[in-house]
Design a protein around this ligand. Structure first.
Ligand code: ADQ
Length: 460
C-alpha cells in the first residue's frame, strides 16, 4: 500500500488526547501506512529570512511529524494576510471584509514554495499526498514545478463560493489553475462542487464530464463532494466519560429550572453569532413565557486575534450580550452567558447534553462539526433539538434539524420557540434520523472515501 503523506497548515500529534476527531481520523489513516504529516510548526521566528524556515521531524509511534517554522513577515503575509484576510472572507461570501492588499500574495506563494521545497526530499516515489485547505491551494503546482509526479489530492474544508464571488479575488484564475495541478479536488458539499463546476465552465472555458472529471487549463482532474463527519464512537465515548458526566450534572443542577440553549463556536464572523444573539432577544421579546426560564450559553473560542475583523466582532458581541442582560435580566436570571474561552474537548459533550436546544446558525460554513457533535451527545430517551443554519454544509445531510435562515432573525426565533416546545416523540424521531445520517457520513467514511477516489484518480 502507498504511504500516505498529509500536508496541512497545522500539524497535530494524533496521540494527544486533546486532538479532535479530524486529527484522530487523519492520524488513523497515517498509522495504517506509517505515514508522514507535514506542516507549519506554529512557531514564528522574529526577523527570519523570508521564504526560509527550519525543518524539524519527530516520530509519534510509526508516524513522522515534520514541521517548518515561519519568519514573521511570511507568517503575516501568508497566514494573517492572504489566507485569512483574502481567501477566508471571500470563500465565506464576505467581500466586504476582504483586504486585497497586494503585498499578501507574494508571502502566500513564498510559503507554499517553502513547503514544497522542504517536503520534496522527504517524498517516496509511490506516496499518496493529501493536501488540506485554503492555505495550501498552490502547493501541488509548486511541487509539480519541482518534478513531483506522485498523486496529489486537495480537500477544501471551507465553502467554495459562486463563480462571481470567487472571481472577485484578483488572482482567481491563478488559484483555479493551481487547483488543476491536483489529481483530485474534494469539497464539503454538492453546493460547493456545483460552484466549482460552474466556474470551470463559465470562467475558465473548461468542461465537465460525467464521471466527476473536469477539464480546463490543459488538464483533466477529478472533483467530488466528500462531506466530512465526526468520529461517532470517539464522541460517544467522550460523552460517557467522567469529565462530560461531571459537566452535565453541574449544568443540570445549576439550571434545574431553566431551559438551556447552547452555541459553541470559534470566534468568527462566518459563524453568525451576533445574528443568533439577536434571534434570542427576539425570542424573549415575542414569547415572554421564556423570560426567566430560557438561558443561552454562548461559548466562543478565541481565534485569529491579529485580524481586524475579529476584534470588531468581539466588541459587537460583548455589547449585544450586555444589552440583553441589562434589558431582560433579573437578580437571579441572566439571559445570556457569553464565555470567551475554549472548552476542554472532554467537557463539551456534557454541555451539549445539558442543553434543550443547540443553536448552530453560521451565515456560511464549510460543514460545521459542532452540529454533528451536539446530536451525538444527546440522551436518546430525552434528546435536545438542533436548530441549524441552512447555510452550513451540514444542512445538506442533517435534514431533520430545524433548518433556519440565520439572517431572518424573526424566523430563527420562531424555530427556537418550536424547538423549546417540541413534544418528546418528535424530538426522538428527529434524533434517530439525524444519528443515522451522522453515522452514514462519519469521519472514517470521509477519509476512506477520499483516499479511495485519490487512488483511482489520474490526471493527465
Ligand atoms: P471550524 O471553522 O473550526 O472548521 P467547526 O467544524 O464548527 O469549525 O469546529 C471544529 C471543531 O472545533 C469541533 O470539533 C468543535 O468541537 C471545536 N470547537 C469549536 N468551538 C469550540 C469552543 N468554543 N470550545 C471548544 N471547542 C470548540 C473548519 C470549517 C468547518 C468544517 C471544519 C472541518 O470552517 O466548516 O466543519 O473545518 O472540515
Amino acid at each position: 500500500m502507498s504511504r500516505l503523506v498529509v500536508v496541512s497548515n497545522r500539524v497535530a500529534d494524533p496521540r494527544k488526547q486533546a486532538a479532535g476527531g479530524l486529527a484522530v481520523a487523519v492520524g488513523e489513516a497515517l498509522h495504517s501506512t506509517g505515514g508522514l504529516w507535514f506542516g507549519w510548526s506554529g512557531k514564528i521566528i522574529e526577523g527570519g529570512t523570508p521564504g526560509e524556515g527550519e525543518l524539524r521531524a519527530q516520530r509519534s509511534s510509526n508516524v513522522t511529524l515534520a514541521t517548518v517554522d515561519l519568519g514573521r513577515d511570511d507568517y503575516e503575509r501568508f497566514y494573517t494576510g492572504y489566507s485569512n484576510a483574502v481567501l477566508w472572507p471571500v470563500f465565506h461570501y464576505r467581500l466586504d471584509l476582504a483586504d486585497f492588499d497586494t503585498s499578501y500574495i507574494g508571502g502566500y506563494r513564498r510559503v507554499n514554495q517553502l513547503f514544497a521545497r522542504k517536503l520534496l526530499p522527504l517524498l517516496r516515489p509511490d506516496d499518496l499526498i493529501w493536501v488540506h485547505d485554503y492555505h495550501l491551494i498552490p502547493l501541488a503546482a509548486e511541487l509539480r514545478g519541482m518534478g513531483c509526479r506522485q498523486k496529489i489530492g486537495f480537500f477544501l474544508h471551507i465553502p467554495m463560493p459562486p463563480p462571481l464571488i470567487f472571481a472577485a479575488i484578483p488572482e482567481h484564475e491563478w488559484l483555479a489553475r493551481c487547483l488543476f495541478s491536483y489529481d483530485l479536488v474534494g469539497f464539503q458539499g454538492n453546493a460547493d462542487l456545483a460552484h466549482f463546476s460552474r466556474y470551470v465552465q463559465a470562467e475558465a472555458g473548461g468542461s465537465a464530464t460525467e464521471d466527476h472529471r473536469y477539464r480546463a487549463f490543459g488538464r483533466t482532474i477529478r472533483a467530488q463532494a466528500f462531506p466530512i463527519g465526526i468520529d461517532v464512537d470517539e464522541f460517544t465515548r467522550l460523552t460517557q466519560g467522567k469529565e462530560a458526566r461531571e459537566t452535565y450534572s453541574t449544568m443540570r443542577e445549576q439550571y434545574a429550572r431553566r431551559n438551556l440553549l447552547i452555541g459553541v463556536d470559534r470566534l468568527d464572523y462566518s459563524k453568525g453569532i451576533p445574528h443568533r444573539i439577536r434571534a434570542f432577544r427576539e425570542l424573549l421579546a415575542n414569547y415572554p413565557e421564556n423570560r426567566d426560564s430560557a438561558t443561552l450559553i454562548q461559548i466562543v473560542s478565541p481565534s485569529r486575534e491579529a485580524v481586524n475583523a475579529y476584534a470588531d466582532i468581539r466588541r459587537e458581541l460583548e455589547g449585544l450580550c450586555g444589552a440583553i442582560n441589562g434589558d431582560y435580566g433579573e437578580l437571579d436570571w441572566m439571559p445570556v452567558r457569553y464565555i470567551h474561552r475554549t472548552v476542554a474537548r472532554k467537557r463539551l459533550p456534557g454541555l451539549y447534553r445539558a442543553a434543550r436546544v443547540g443553536v448552530i446558525t453560521p451565515l456560511r460554513d464549510g460543514m460545521n462539526l459542532v452540529a454533528k457533535e451536539f446530536v451525538v451527545a444527546q440522551d436518546p430517551d430525552d434528546p435536545g433539538v438542533l436548530v441549524l443554519s441552512r447555510f452550513a454544509g451540514a444542512a445538506e445531510q442533517l435534514l431533520e434539524a430545524l433548518l433556519v435562515n440565520p439572517y431572518d432573525i424573526r424566523g430563527t426565533a420562531e424555530a427556537i420557540q418550536l424547538a423549546l416546545r417540541m413534544p418528546l416523540a418528535e424530538r426522538q424521531a428527529r434524533y434517530r434520523a439525524l444519528m443515522r445520517r451522522i453515522r452514514e457520513h462519519d469521519v472514517h467514511c470521509w477519509s476512506e472515501g477520499y483516499l479511495q477516489a485519490l487512488r483511482e484518480s489520474g490526471g493527465d
